[in-house]
Design a protein around this ligand. Structure first.
Ligand SMILES: Nc1ncnc2c1ncn2[C@@H]1O[C@H](COP(=O)(O)OP(=O)(O)OP(=O)(O)O)[C@@H](O)[C@H]1O
Ligand SMILES: [Mg+2]
Length: 208
């Protein structure tokens, strides 16, 4: 994997616009040419991330999701951002669309109309054996042509068969916890579960 030069980092960070950051620095930067730069800084087990860089995992996950028919951004480049810290980066074209989170906060009626489709999409992920640990509204995009796509899929497990009931419960709990953390107590959670169950009943091969 290539190591990015100090000059390149300087240009990216100075000419780009930071979309997300934390105490350790920028996490997602919109570059001047329209691409997005995502920086991965592992907190633990740096040795593991050196052997298997997070940017590589991210790009591999994008390929696997695409193979399963799930839309993701197209990764165009990856490399080391700071090898000593096992920090790596990916460059990608943004997936056109808006996060569900934004729609939920700004256009409640539109969000309610999307809920059945969203329940089906989550069910589709589970049915395809996709266990997306960061399942939440900020990581699901509504695509301009309709349908949904995923971003932020570093933590992913893929099973060769539909997820078991226990895994589905655990995954839905991630979403529930996210909603609690982001103070969305009025979220139509029971409705989503009901729609999910309906989608499940319609599906030919149900999870065990
Ligand atoms: N491929 C993409 N297409 C469109 N917008 C994107 C894309 N990737 C990131 N974004 C925007 O950047 C925001 C943050 O991106 P992302 O979810 O990848 O990082 P993060 O949430 O900061 O990461 P983490 O969940 O690891 O803390 C998203 O909510 C979205 O607005
Ligand atoms: Mg995110």
């Amino acid at each position: 994997m290539r190591i990015v030069t100090a000059n390149e980092i300087h240009l990216w960070l100075n000419q780009g616009h930071c979309i997300e950051q934390d105490g350790r620095g920028p996490k997602v930067v919109a570059l001047a040419d329209g691409r997005l730069l995502k920086i991965f800084r592992p907190r633990r087990r740096l040795w593991l991330s050196r052997l298997r860089p997070q940017a590589r995992r991210f790009a591999d996950n994008a390929t696997k999701l695409n193979t399963l028919g799930i839309h993701t951004p197209e990764i165009t480049d990856l490399g080391w951002f700071d090898k000593k810290l096992a920090a790596s980066f990916c460059l990608y074209q943004p997936l056109p669309g808006e996060t569900i989170d934004k729609i939920y906060r700004r256009e409640r009626e539109r969000f309610m109309a999307l809920l059945p489709g969203l329940a089906c999409f989550i069910r589709e992920l589970h049915h395809k054996g996709i266990y997306f640990r960061s399942l939440h509204l900020g990581n699901i995009l509504l695509l301009p042509e309709g349908g949904f796509g995923l971003i932020d899929f570093l933590d992913l497990r893929l099973k060769s068969s539909p997820l078991s009931r226990a895994m589905i419960r655990r995954n839905l709990k991630h979403l529930r916890n996210y909603l609690k953390r982001s103070c969305t107590e009025d979220f139509p959670w029971s409705k989503l579960l009901q729609l999910y169950a309906e989608a499940e009943n319609d599906s030919p091969n149900r999870g065990k």
